[in-house]
Design a protein around this ligand. Sequence first.
Ligand SMILES: [Zn+2]
Length: 471
Amino acid sequence: MSNDYEGVKIGLEIHCQLTALNTKMFCNCSSDYRGNSPNTLLCTVCTGLPGSLPVLNKRALEAAIKIGLALNCKISSNSNFFRKNYFYPDSPKNYQITQYDKAGGIAIANNGHVETNLGGVRITRIQMEEDPGKLQYEGSITTSSNTLIDYNRAGISLVEIVTEPDIVSPKHAREFLNTIQSIVETIGECDSKLDGSMRADANVSISDGRRVEVKNITSFKEVERALNFEITRQKTIQAASKMETRHWDDVRRVTVTLRVKEGEEGYRYFPDPDLPPMVISDDYVDELRKSLPELPEMRLKRFTEEIKLSEEIARIIIRNKIVADYFEETLSYDFNPKLLSGWIATDIMGYLNRNNIEFADLPIKAKTLAFLSKSVSDSKVNDSTAKAILLKSLSSGTDIEDLLKSELADSVSSDDLPDIIEKVISDNPKALEDAKNDPQAIHFLIGQVMKATRGRANHSKVKELIEKQLN
Ligand SMILES: [Zn+2]
């Protein structure tokens, strides 16, 4: 690793919306807030009007426990909700229902760990909380003259995944986030493709102890960029000695001071008197554990042990559920794991990365890629020809089947055609005589050659070679 990151420690707080839920965390308002008119999905509970009472959505608890189990956490048998009090326009009731790890509070899941290609990361805790409303700025937060507020998002169910400062570089942070994304997508509780469904805050410190929090990083590519910016900034500005919170401005691509960090006491946390403590039985946790699908780490084990992929290639593939599902689909058509995994992990993903294209937008269907690998399995083309066809299809957009067809036609005409023509002529001596007398009769011989090559020969090339024989 480069010395640029020596002494760097990064901790992340990842907010993950539980997008599979139909209603908000403590009321019956629809959670389908995207694309709806602002401030239409509201009730007395999520706006905190006097006399209203929150009731926990059981599905939120279930999803949080499943995510906790998938991140190897210990699930708390007793857990409770706290009020985090603050006065800010995104919170209509002036407090947020969340969990707290002090003053008798305990989060739903604690002490987990996650492996990645660049090293493991310990999970401190996973807490359940509600999303605040959404502030919108025209253009950028630093240049907008006014703020618009939409409370439709207020009360949406979230889990916040808090890590220990085990992350050692911006790249490691991105790798870790990809792993988390792959896990929550596999469980089916968070659809990360939905805008704003996964957001991260990062705290960055360098060996001398300065610690800065960067908030509002809304995509994983931005995480790497924001962290690189912040590390360079901290290393070059000596005065950055204060604890502070900075906001990532993804339009200008800089961090800006948001506020000098408030102490926790500023939030006056206390147990929410409207929500009873949760008592979670071992049986319930076991039931949820059994309901979990095959997780990325289990898939990795299957890919390396049963399918015999190298760990490096297998990790690249399992890191994204869409990629792993695609790979398995290709195998269902042509079981050639080594060739297919190599194409996917290096050629295809390399091409997509260079061109900033998401894997989900790959124009080559799994069945088509398997068709190409099958032509290698069947010795119709060799590895390098097949790879050239794949790369050509990616760059030109031409269909693989068309490229393969013309490749096969070419290969027949260049290598095997003279022999095939000779055999057709010796099998049909009379036809040769006929063709010498009647130019139209040549078509019979051409037809026989095309038949012998199952249509893979180039028609005009065949005609040319037969004419040569006639003369
Ligand atoms: Zn509501």
